[in-house]
Design a protein around this ligand. Structure first.
Ligand code: C2E
Ligand code: CA
Ligand code: CA
Length: 838
């Protein structure tokens, strides 16, 4: 059991126990009404005697006479046998004042109780008491009582006949008239509390059932109702709740009520502890057992109480055994709510144990003992309601936690980081997002097994945690109040091998590097010590967010761009700003490059998996800079996007693609398709469709040879506009792919409404797919659902035979990757095509 659970449990147990004890103390010491019962003294002499008539044949006068001869004895041997008890009480008033007394017979379960009052050995008055006597008022029927008036210096004799099949024990307490009021008050207080709490909790659970639709709440209500009915019979207060005919039925079927309560308790235990979810073996046993209990509840209505009671006790043993077994199983996986539920059984057991002890005379009779069971039920029900509430909270928190955390490492995931960034943008505004990439994990996966890769990751996480925890500049990435979330999480896992941390407050490059360098070194050191330094490489990127930035996607994109170029160019710590240093000159140069036709469109083939034939290619932009050589393309694209050059570039790319398609057709590759990437900024450009039409009239190509790839992050923007553009494209006969599927935010529901033709699974899911169950699952479900939506599927980034094999097994349509060819200039590509044999 975790420390938190233990602590919580101890606190709540202490609270409950102390409430329980103080309530009991109150009743015993201040308001126990049985304390006011009169005992024999000089003023009022009380003598009691009894006789048990096993044959039930004595008449009143016979009983009167026999009882007269008996000696006074305190303990009457009450039993469950079918017999008649005659009690005799003689009261001698030695004072000069009259005594106004009230005799209380504390057994609401009794069937027949008749009081015979004698004066001077003559029967003077006789009265039948009990719940059946409808002429009596509610209180009199609930609390059996007989008023007695003894004149000064006078003696009254009472003969009481008790005849019942159930519990016979009937303590007789003699009160002064005014003291009796106290008893009535205390009893009503307890019953009122019981009824109030039960009804309130039942209503509350009904509301819960309507909103959460979990059957456990209905079962709980069933339990509450049956226990209320049961107690109303045992305690006698049913007159307040039910009309007389109904109460009559309940009373004669008290054992049925016991069975019902038991059945609901067992069902509740099962559903509450979630045994219905996985349908474990014990679930069936318990389910059938509770069905049996329901059947018995119906059956025992035909059997007399004295016979059905033993059946019940046997059945109860079985049900308790099953309940404890269920609890035992769950206790090992202990959540706080299951422990609370476990605790709710304790008062019930205490109450359940004390009741028989009182009935058998082991514990002396008192008002508290008499009502202990009811008190215990109140506590049990309250604890159960607490457990139910705790269970909702737990499940809600678990769902939130799972949605926002990486399940392998329990670190916050991409979604959590996004949410956190959004928060930061609204509050702090100035901060630095850093990304850490471990490369080499995938490349080595054929030689490493999963546990080695995992332990390398663990090593890294442990080390990074240690460093970040000691440095107050790193932000805690958890702002949600959740039991599961580690309060100290300062690292998020945003992709399989990419982790994120955030440096708070305004920083310049120097300051950021000062903080990241020790982190970089310490991780490298650990890898050195463990002699794995030659396999893995760490790259850190950062992006300093200034006030004017207000889009989470932008921030992430820039940090990722810096990470990619940093990894490619082997820069240990690469800030986004760095490669933008000469951005202004670069933009100018790009403009001239565009005009002078210095840009190139490389082609990378896409292969039909089924037959190995070339299906088409993806055209990828390249710029061979006179001084710097090939410029990293992603940085270039975002630069073009930032400076408004992107539309022109895209039109150039599309034009070039059309020209290349024509060339390919002329060479005999009539069905060869070419896909090109377009930016989200192209889609929102109102001229885009017209420009496209113009290109297609200047460079006509057969329908469906040109494909546009659109990254999914574009789709979250203006949906209706996107829809109209897509319709326009469809009319032109151009196919559209969803690019980089899985890396953005789009929901499938969203995508499925737009006329896409193809879905491209991003390479981050393909790399390592042969080893990673997680990636396999993602890819397989993506493919399955794409098939349902009638989309063609292209997987990119295939480098090995194993990866190809997995995608083949998953029924992927097309593949693209270094395994077949790297992107190459058109002339090389034509050469490659002519040499390609499959
Ligand atoms: P993308 O659309 O995801 O393109 C696929 C990228 O994966 C290409 O990188 C390609 O060279 C690379 N790739 C293909 N097979 C493999 C493989 O087996 N292993 C590995 N490690 N990588 C592989 P590239 O050419 O650097 O392009 C990067 C991104 O730049 C593209 O990602 C695309 O988003 C963008 N881009 C490229 N050309 C254009 C363009 O003409 N216009 C626009 N708007 N964006 C472009
Ligand atoms: Ca692409
Ligand atoms: Ca991609």
């Amino acid at each position: 059991m975790s420390f938190i659970v233990k602590e919580k449990l101890i606190i709540s147990m202490l609270v409950i126990v102390s409430i329980f004890l103080s309530l009991s103390y109150l009743i015993v010491n201040i308001s126990d009404p049985t304390d006011n019962g009169l005992v024999s003294n000089e003023k009022l002499n009380i003598e009691q005697s009894f006789i048990i008539d096993k044959t039930k044949s004595l008449t009143v006068s016979q009983a009167y006479r026999s009882a007269m001869q008996l000696t006074t004895q305190e303990h009457i041997p009450w039993s469950f046998a079918d017999q008649v008890y005659w009690l005799k009480i003689a009261l001698q008033n030695n004072t000069k004042h009259p005594y106004q007394l009230m005799i209380h017979f504390d057994n609401p379960m009794v069937d027949n109780l008749t009081v015979y009052e004698f004066e001077n050995a003559q029967l003077y008055k006789q009265e039948k008491l009990g719940w059946q006597e409808t002429r009596l008022d509610l209180i009199e029927r609930t609390i059996l009582q007989y008023p007695l008036n003894i004149k000064p210096k006078h003696m009254s004799e009472l003969l009481i006949k008790i005849e019942t099949t159930g519990i016979a024990k009937t303590p007789v307490i003699i009160y002064q008239d005014h003291d009796f009021v106290q008893l009535i008050r205390s009893s009503h207080l307890i019953w009122g509390a019981l009824i109030g709490i039960l009804c309130m909790i039942a209503l509350y659970n009904l509301v819960l059932f309507y909103s959460i639709k979990d059957r456990v709440y209905l079962i709980y209500i069933g339990y509450l109702i049956s226990i209320l009915a049961l107690l109303s019979v045992i305690q006698g207060f049913g007159h307040y709740l039910f009309p007389h005919p109904l109460f009559k039925i309940l009373r004669v079927n008290v054992i049925s009520l016991n069975f019902l309560t038991l059945a609901f308790a067992l069902l509740f235990t099962m559903f509450f502890l979630n045994f219905n979810i996985n349908k474990e073996k014990i679930y069936k046993t318990c389910l059938y057992y509770s069905y049996l209990l329901f059947c018995l509840a119906a059956l025992v209505t035909f059997i007399p109480e004295s016979n059905s009671a033993p059946i019940f006790f046997v059945a109860m043993g079985g049900a308790y055994f099953l309940c404890f077994w269920l609890l035992y199983i769950r206790y090992n996986t202990s959540h706080f709510w299951s422990t609370l539920y476990f605790a709710s059984w304790l008062p019930l057991l205490v109450g359940g144990a004390i009741q028989p002890l009182e009935l058998t005379g082991v514990i002396p009779y008192s008002f508290l003992v008499r009502n202990l069971f009811t008190l215990c039920i109140i506590f049990e029900i309250t604890l159960m309601a607490m457990a139910l509430a705790e269970r909702i909270r737990y499940q809600k928190e678990l769902t939130i936690f799972n949605a926002t955390h990486d399940l392998e490492t329990n670190l916050p995931n991409f979604q959590a980081l996004e949410a956190y960034l959004l928060d930061l943008l609204n509050t702090e505004k100035k901060f630095t997002l850093c990304l850490i990439n471990i490369s080499g994990l995938n490349r080595l996966s054929p030689y490493f097994n999963d546990s080695q890769t995992q332990s390398t990751l663990d090593l890294f996480i442990q080390n990074a945690k240690q460093y970040t925890n000691h440095c107050p500049n790193f932000a805690r990435l958890n702002n949600l109040q959740n039991d599961f979330a580690k309060k100290d999480a300062k690292i998020a896992r945003v992709r399989e091998n990419v982790f994120a941390i955030i440096i708070k407050h305004k920083q310049n490059h120097q300051q950021v590097i000062e903080k990241l360098e020790p982190l970089y070194n310490s991780i490298n050191d650990v890898f050195n010590i463990n002699k794995i330094n030659s396999y893995f490489k760490i790259n850190i990127s950062y992006y300093i967010v200034k006030e004017d930035h207000n889009k989470v996607s932008n921030i992430l994109k820039k940090a990722f761009q810096a990470l990619e170029t940093g990894t490619r160019d082997d820069i240990a710590i690469n800030g986004y700003e760095n490669h933008k240093h000469n951005s202004l000159t670069l933009v100018e140069e790009l403009k001239t490059a565009l005009l002078n036709n210095e840009l190139m469109l490389f082609h990378q083939p896409q292969i039909t998996l089924e037959n190995g034939q070339v299906h088409g290619s993806e055209g990828l932009l390249r710029w061979n800079h006179k001084q710097h050589g090939f410029i990293p393309i992603e940085g270039l694209i975002s630069l073009a996007e930032d400076t408004g050059l992107i539309n022109q570039i895209s039109l150039w790319v599309i034009t070039q693609a059309c020209k290349d398609i024509r060339t390919l057709i002329n060479l005999g590759y009539e069905n060869h398709e070419v896909s090109v990437n377009i930016s989200g900024l192209d889609i929102v450009n109102k001229e885009f469709l017209n420009d496209l039409k113009e290109i297609l009239t200047t460079y006509p190509i057969p329908k469906h040879r040109l494909n546009l790839e659109l990254t999914e992050s574009v789709m979250i923007n203006d949906y209706t506009y996107l829809q109209s553009v897509m319709q326009g494209l469809a009319q032109l006969g151009i196919r559209v792919s969803i690019d980089d599927y899985g890396t953005g935010y789009s929901s499938l529901a969203h995508i499925s409404q737009l006329p896409f033709n193809e879905l491209k699974i991003d390479k981050i899911f393909i790399q390592n797919i042969a080893k990673s169950d997680r990636n396999q699952k993602i890819v397989q479900t993506t493919i399955n659902m794409a098939k349902i939506l009638n989309l063609r599927i292209v997987a990119e980034g295939i480098e090995t035979l194993e990866e190809e094999q997995v995608l083949h097994d998953f029924n992927c349509d097309f593949v693209q990757g270094y395994r077949y060819a790297k992107p190459q200039p058109m002339s090389d590509y034509i050469q490659w095509l002519s040499e390609y044999h499959h």
